[in-house]
Design a binder for this molecule. Structure first.
Ligand code: THU
Length: 132
């Protein structure tokens, strides 16, 4: 259940992370905060590159920080974009998040509004090798 998750607090962490975004090309600041089952969290921001395709999304930065620190049991993610338009996370990030929790609650927000959904909605039939 989502009811015991403090999404407001998680979103504040995502917003703070967006301030660290390295975005000289798009100017589009994204921050993510990934909540672990014990209440700890990892943040990420997008990190762009002059070789554009090497750009890292905020969500995946948060995932690799968490997994490389030994965490794989995730309860939710909040994603903040410093913008007036609201977009859900990109497909690549949905697939990477689904690796660890295909039903992960996802809050995405911009300056004015937020949407609470989950990966089961955002990425139905995610690719998985677990049934092999
Ligand atoms: N971006 C993210 O950080 N997360 C997403 O889910 C979508 C896109 C970043 C990548 C790039 O730095 C900028 O947003 C514009 O695509």
């Amino acid at each position: 259940m989502n009811s015991n998750i403090d999404f407001d607090a998680l979103l504040e962490q995502a917003k703070a992370a967006s301030e660290k975004a390295y975005v000289p090309y798009s100017g589009y600041r994204v921050g993510a905060a990934l909540l672990c089952s014990d209440g700890s969290f990892f943040t990420g921001c997008n990190v762009e590159n002059a070789s554009y395709s090497l750009t890292l999304c905020a969500e995946r930065v948060a995932v690799v920080k968490a997994v490389s620190a030994g965490w794989k049991d995730f309860s939710a993610i909040a994603i903040y974009v410093e913008d007036d338009e609201l977009f859900p996370p990109c497909g690549a990030c949905r697939q990477v998040l689904a690796e660890f929790n295909p039903e992960l609650p996802v809050l995405y927000a911009n300056r004015n509004e937020s949407v609470l959904t989950d990966l089961g909605v955002l990425l139905p039939q995610a690719f998985s090798l677990s049934d092999r």
